[in-house]
Design a protein around this ligand. Structure first.
Ligand SMILES: [Zn+2]
Length: 133
């Protein structure tokens, strides 16, 4: 499982993904499965710190965390949900790597989560489209 930062620019109602880089904070350990953060507080602090840093230093509008689901599963894992619940609001992007030998097409699925104002969390799927110019 690999973790990334994804950067996007806002254009009207859209976010245009411009690039992504590995997230060394979460890539330690080379785990193949989902793992709970060792410290929830540190996870949250480091996420907020890095998002702010990237926005300032790179001048990007949107910073998202992403990780791969090599199984091809587009849904949030139980641990993904627990993390979002702890953060109470945020976006988690799932990257499905391309595997031609298994007929798996690469894909990008985003999940928006918000439980700040409602008892039941709002979970919305974000649609990504490939545009060529
Ligand atoms: Zn996941």
């Amino acid at each position: 499982m690999e973790h990334y930062w994804i950067f996007a620019d806002r254009k009207e109602n859209f976010g245009i993904v411009t690039k992504f880089i590995p997230n060394p904070d979460l890539n330690q350990g080379k785990s193949r499965t989902h793992m709970k953060p060792r410290s929830w507080m540190r996870y949250k602090k480091s996420k907020i710190y890095n998002m702010r840093k990237f926005k300032q230093e790179l001048g990007v509008d949107i910073v998202w965390q992403a990780h791969t689901h090599p199984s091809g599963n587009e849904k949030l894992h139980t641990i993904d949900r627990k993390i979002l619940k702890y953060l109470s609001n945020g976006v988690m992007i799932i990257i499905i790597p391309e595997k031609p030998e298994e007929n798996l097409k690469g894909n990008l699925i985003g999940w928006y989560y918000d439980k700040r104002y409602t008892k039941k969390p709002i979970i919305e799927r974000m649609v990504f489209e490939v545009i060529s110019e």
